[in-house]
Every structure is written in structure tokens, then in C-alpha cells.
Design a protein around this ligand. Structure first.
Ligand code: FDA
Length: 324
């Protein structure tokens, strides 16, 4: 099977379809879709996700849970997102999870998307998202959980990094995501690799124009390794979010060369993707965090996973015509 590349014409089409309300209505109503979605999203409700978190923790993994939802259009929806996180964090407080290390490392993390907290709402969206993010950070701190701010499309990057800088004044361990496909990211890595900084480096999942982003897989991979080198040589805590064997090997090579021990960086992968590799990394003594999404609003996340790999799309289409 050919690798799905950034230059593959289906990728932008699928990502654009992921933003169309009529495609969402169609896809989410298909009875078969739901069974496919569970490969990437272990459940829509909190009970299901907490069950999954317990299981993964028992397997020696660390966790980052994302309440699905993005690009909300009303302040009430943003408030709903906050409440979902607060309820989840309250449940986390009952899990009695051991600290990761003496330096204050945490096994539990929540990942938040600022667009789900109102960032794009007209008339003060950025301030609202900051206020909501602070509320989540305070509760997370109280239950010993880290917070990560996810990266969305490039039009939000400046605003997201502004908010993250403000959050870090009160909560220095708040992490964020940088996307290697953006031209700006190598410089962002230089600026954000200081002490206590936690940066998740990923390739990037959105459809971005050539003015701001590398377009070929070879360029994105090369950028990823350059950015990773900056982070690994920096003073912060790099988080290597990729399923790509070349990036995983590259991280180990760069860490060895920089004399960075295995407890001073971590690998991260998405729930349901390369699960055997996730288990292998844990067995080999590396830190591995699984990103676990949950909630009803899984459509955009699901479409990005389809766009990343043709095999997923073929499987989905075959299921629709009764040939799974
Ligand atoms: P690549 O796409 O080259 O895939 C390498 C190999 O991994 C494939 O050959 C296949 O074996 C496997 N694989 C990858 N995707 C798969 C899929 N969907 N289904 C099955 N197999 C698959 N992006 C973003 O823009 N903002 C964000 O905040 C985040 N957050 C984030 C957190 C974590 C923990 C991860 C792992 C990823 C993200 N991403 C993200 C997504 C990221 O940008 C990227 O789209 C995917 O990780 C796929 O890129 P890879 O680095 O895995 O490489």
C-alpha cells in the first residue's frame, strides 16, 4: 500500500470534507461508521474513557485525554467543554495514580483545543479561551494532572502561543504542540525549548497552503528531525508525537548523541494506532503517552485519521459496501 502523502490529492479533499456539515450528517448517521470510529475513539462517554485510562495505566503507559470538539460557535458550547473537562478531572482524582518521578512528572494529562474553549468567537474569543483554559489548569493542578494545549490550523498559531505563554506564568508545566510542517516551527522550537518547557512535536494534521507549510513528506520529515534536534538539545522536555519509525529512531539517536536519558523525553502516539509499537516502547523502558480522545463530537478527529492513511479510507469504504 502506498504511503499517504501530503501531496496526495485525496488528503485535502478529506480534510475539507471534515469541515462540511452535510458530510458530517451523512457520515455520522451511517450505522457502520460508529463501529469504525471505536478504533480511534474508545468511547463517547466519560465512563468508557476512564475505563480505557485505567487499562492503559496498568500497562505502564502515560495518558493524555482529549474531550473531542473544536471550532465551537457559541459561548455556551465553550462552557460545556469546560464542564466536561472538570467532570473528567474530578474522576481522575479517584484513580490514585503514582507520580512518574521525583521531579514532579505526571502520568495523567488532558489535552485541550482552544477553539473548543471559544478562541475564535468574535468580540473577545481569545480572552474567553484563556479564562476557560485557566479554569481547567487550576482543577488539573489540584488533582495532579498536566495540561497540554493542542495545535490547530496555522491561522490560530499566534493566538495559541500567546495564550500558552500567559498560562505558563501561573502554570509553568503547561505544554503545547508545534507542527513540523509549518515553516515557522524550527524558530518556535528555539524560542520554546527553555527550562521547564514541555513541547509536543508532531508533523501536523491540517491542510495548509505552501506559503506557510512544507508540502512533501520528505520536507516535513526533514523539518521534524531538525525541530527535534533543537528540542533535544534544549533545556525543556521534548515529547515525540509520531508513529513514524524514522522519527522514533531519529529521536533515540538524537537523545543518545545529546546524552539525554530516556526519562528526559517521551514518545506519544494516538489511541488505536501502532498499538504493538506503543507496547514495545514501554517494554524497552521508554516513556510512552497514549492520546485518548472521547466525546460525541468525533467527526473532525475521525476524518483527520482517515486522511492520514489510505488503508483507513479503503477499510471505511469497504465497510460501507458490506466488505469489511
Ligand atoms: P506519518 O503520517 O508519516 O505516519 C507514519 C506511520 O504511522 C504510517 O505509515 C502508519 O503506519 C502510521 N499511521 C499514521 N497515521 C495513521 C492513521 N491515522 N491510521 C493508521 N496508521 C497511521 N496534529 C496537529 O496538527 N495538532 C495536534 O495537536 C496534534 N496532536 C497529536 C498528538 C499525538 C500524541 C500524536 C501522535 C499526533 C498528533 N497530531 C496532531 C497528529 C500529527 O500531526 C499527524 O497527523 C499524525 O501523527 C500522523 O503523522 P505521523 O508522525 O504518525 O507520521
Amino acid at each position: 500500500m502506498a504511503r499517504f502523502t501530503l501531496t496526495n490529492p485525496l488528503r485535502p479533499i478529506l480534510l475539507a470534507a471534515g469541515r462540511r456539515a452535510w458530510v458530517e450528517r451523512l457520515v455520522t448517521r451511517l450505522p457502520l461508521t460508529r463501529s469504525l470510529v471505536t478504533r480511534f475513539v474508545p468511547g463517547t462517554d466519560q465512563v468508557a474513557v476512564v475505563e480505557t485510562v485505567r487499562r492503559l495505566l496498568a500497562e505502564g503507559r502515560m495518558i493524555s485525554v482529549d474531550y473531542l470538539g473544536e471550532g465551537i460557535t457559541t459561548a455556551a458550547e465553550a462552557q460545556h467543554t469546560v464542564e466536561a473537562y472538570l467532570a473528567l478531572l474530578s474522576e481522575f482524582s479517584t484513580l490514585s495514580v503514582e507520580p512518574l518521578d521525583a521531579a514532579g512528572g505526571r502520568r495523567l494529562e488532558v489535552s485541550i483545543k482552544l477553539s473548543a474553549l471559544g478562541q475564535s468567537l468574535p468580540g473577545g474569543g481569545e480572552a474567553l479561551a484563556l479564562e476557560h483554559a485557566l479554569t481547567i489548569c487550576r482543577e488539573a493542578e489540584a488533582v495532579g494532572c498536566w495540561v497540554n494545549v493542542d495545535a490547530e490550523d496555522h491561522t490560530t498559531t499566534d493566538s495559541t502561543l500567546r495564550i500558552v505563554r500567559k498560562l505558563r506564568k501561573e502554570f509553568p508545566d503547561v505544554a503545547t504542540v508545534l507542527q513540523a510542517y509549518l515553516h515557522r516551527t524550527e524558530q518556535d522550537c528555539r524560542e520554546l525549548s527553555g527550562p521547564r518547557s514541555r513541547i509536543r512535536l508532531c508533523k501536523g494534521a491540517y491542510s495548509e497552503p505552501a506559503e506557510v507549510a512544507f508540502q512533501t513528506p520528505a520536507e516535513v520529515d526533514a523539518s521534524y528531525l531538525r525541530c527535534l534536534e533543537v528540542l533535544i538539545q534544549g533545556e525543556g522536555y521534548p515529547m515525540v508525537a509520531s508513529h513514524d519509525p524514522a522519527m522514533i529512531d531519529g529521536a533515540q539517536r538524537l537523545a543518545d548523541r545529546a546524552g539525554r536519558p530516556a526519562d528526559r523525553f517521551e514518545f506519544q502516539m494516538l489511541y488505536g494506532i501502532r498499538d504493538a509499537e506503543q507496547a514495545r516502547l514501554v517494554d524497552a523502558g521508554f516513556r510512552l503517552r497514549t492520546y485518548v480522545p472521547f466525546g460525541d463530537d468525533w467527526f473532525g478527529y475521525f476524518m483527520r485519521r482517515l486522511a492520514e492513511r489510505p488503508a483507513n479510507l479503503v477499510f471505511f469504504l469497504r465497510s460501507l459496501v458490506g466488505r469489511p
